[in-house]
Each structure stands twice: as structure tokens, then as C-alpha cells.
Ligand binder design. Structure first.
Ligand code: OAD
Length: 254
């Protein structure tokens, strides 16, 4: 399933960039968005992932993010997350860019992860943007008393630090991701439908700049016709096989 060309490309690369999406966490038990049983088939992104939706019904939005926080607190990284952390220690320069908000890459030992869409752990004030740290229990207690978390500085509503539809991505994260895509030798697009911009632009930027682009996904995506190789499989097993083969070839060449 893993072609020797891909392994030698990775082993000769000075720089490898990886973009991950919800699919890499699917085998940990975190739902994707656009698969038939995905979150957006059951919930409305306009109601739950937009500022208008939040202002219209902040209780409902908080409840949904609490539900998602409870899920990520109960799951573990899978072999795909661990394999990428391992690869980062083998390749000279390695950049891990994720659209995921679950922090499972960090839990698997990856460092300096570029979070394009924020994360489910942090919160900030929607009015003055001050960061707010709430122990989960406080939030839950707040809910039982039907009280929404409020900013201790300005009294504005506190919201999860996840990027919502219509909002800009964090500037530093996006420019670091673009830089990595434009300068890498190998680019992996893993577990993403590659439909949400600007993240979805990254593999095309990498390809135009001359990188070898590999997709890891059990399904075809809109990106598939443009990649140099499509590993058609689930990411936990595929990434484990890729990293094992990369390390074996390195050992052989010593
Ligand atoms: P999607 O739900 O759009 O796509 C998930 C992809 O994962 C699909 O292409 C699946 O085929 C693939 N997949 C499923 N199981 C897999 C597995 N075991 N291994 C590998 N791939 C698998 O999720 P994203 O592309 O991440 O934005 O969605 C992008 C953004 O849209 C998300 O970050 C989120 C959403 O709205 C925000 O929350 C801001």
C-alpha cells in the first residue's frame, strides 16, 4: 500500500509539512464533520459555529461545546497521532498544521503544533477578547445555575476559542502554515475533506512550489486528482506503516 517512492521522498526531504483534519481523530472516537454520520449532518454550523448563532442562543452554543469537550476529555490519541509525533523526531524540519481543535496531537507528544482553527480548551471574551480560563467544573456549575460565563474584565460573554464560520484564522498560525507549505519538500494532507479555506489552499500552494504531495484518506476528496500519491486507508494504520518504512530505510542506509 505504501510506495517506496513516497518513503524515499520523505527520507530525502529537508522539510516535511503535514495538514491534518478531523479524520485523523476519527479512530480515537471523535466525530468528523462532513462524513455521512459527521457533526454537520446532525447539527447546524450556522447555529453552533458562527457569531450570529452564539449571540442568538449562547446557552445552546455553550452546551454543544461542553458536549464536545466532554468527548475529547474521554478519548486518547491513536496510532496516527503517535506516528506523526515520531516522524517529527526523524525529519530535519517538520511542521504539523492541524484544523482540529481536540489537542490530540499534543497529547501524543507533538510540539509546536499550528492550530489553524483554535482549540476546545481555551476561551476568550467575545467583546474585549481577553483570554479566560475556566475549570470545567465551574462551567458545569454555571450551567446548573443557568449562568453563562461572563468576562471578569468587561462583563461580555465568554466564548470558546474555536474559529467560527465567517471569522479570520489566527494570523500568525496561518502565515506559519503558508510558509511551511511553500518551503517543504513533502506535504501530507491527512484526514481532511480539503473543503474549508484557507486551510484547503495549503496542499495546492505546496504543490505549486514543487513539493511532493501525499494524501492519506480512506475516501477520495476534491484534492485527490491533484496529489502525487493517495494512500487510500485509515490514517492510524497508514501513518504507522509510513513511519515504520521511513525508519527502516534510514537504518538500512546507515
Ligand atoms: P471533514 O469532516 O470535512 O473531513 C474529514 C475527512 O476525514 C473526510 O475526507 C473523511 O473521508 C476522512 N476520514 C474519515 N475517517 C478517517 C480515518 N480513519 N483516517 C483518515 N481519514 C479519515 O473534516 P475537516 O476536513 O477537518 O472547522 O473539516 C475542516 C473544518 O470544517 C473543521 O476544522 C471544522 C469544520 O467546519 C471549524 O470548526 C472551524
Amino acid at each position: 500500500m505504501i510506495p517506496p517512492l513516497l518513503i524515499s521522498k520523505v527520507n530525502s526531504a529537508k522539510s516535511v509539512a503535514v495538514l491534518t483534519g478531523a479524520g485523523i481523530s476519527a479512530e480515537s472516537g471523535v466525530a468528523t464533520f462532513r462524513d455521512p454520520d459527521g457533526l454537520w449532518s446532525r447539527f447546524s454550523p450556522l447555529e453552533l459555529a458562527s457569531m450570529d448563532g452564539f449571540l442568538a442562543n449562547p446557552d445552546r452554543v455553550w452546551e454543544w461545546y461542553e458536549y464536545r469537550r466532554a468527548i475529547i476529555n474521554s478519548v486518547q490519541p491513536n496510532d496516527g497521532h503517535f506516528a506523526l509525533a515520531e516522524l517529527s523526531r526523524v525529519v530535519p524540519q517538520f511542521t504539523l498544521i492541524t484544523q482540529n481543535v481536540d489537542r490530540l496531537h499534543q497529547a501524543a507528544g507533538s510540539r509546536d503544533v499550528i492550530e489553524l482553527h483554535g482549540n476546545l480548551i481555551d476561551n476568550h471574551c467575545q467583546r474585549c477578547h481577553a483570554p479566560h480560563v475556566f475549570p470545567d467544573q465551574d462551567i458545569l456549575n454555571g450551567f446548573t445555575q443557568k449562568k453563562l460565563p461572563r468576562c471578569s474584565f468587561c462583563g461580555g460573554l465568554v466564548r470558546p476559542s474555536v474559529v467560527w464560520f465567517g471569522e479570520n484564522l489566527p494570523t500568525d498560525a496561518l502565515s506559519s502554515a503558508e510558509q511551511a507549505a511553500l518551503t517543504c519538500d513533502v506535504f501530507f494532507s491527512i484526514g481532511t475533506s480539503a473543503e474549508v479555506y484557507p486551510a484547503a489552499q495549503l496542499p495546492y500552494s505546496a504543490k505549486s512550489a514543487g513539493a511532493f504531495v501525499c494524501e492519506v484518506n480512506p475516501n477520495e476528496t476534491i484534492l485527490t486528482p491533484f496529489v502525487d500519491f493517495h494512500v487510500r486507508g485509515q490514517s492510524a494504520q497508514a501513518l504507522r506503516e509510513i513511519v515504520t518504512a521511513v525508519k527502516a530505510e534510514r537504518e538500512f542506509q546507515k
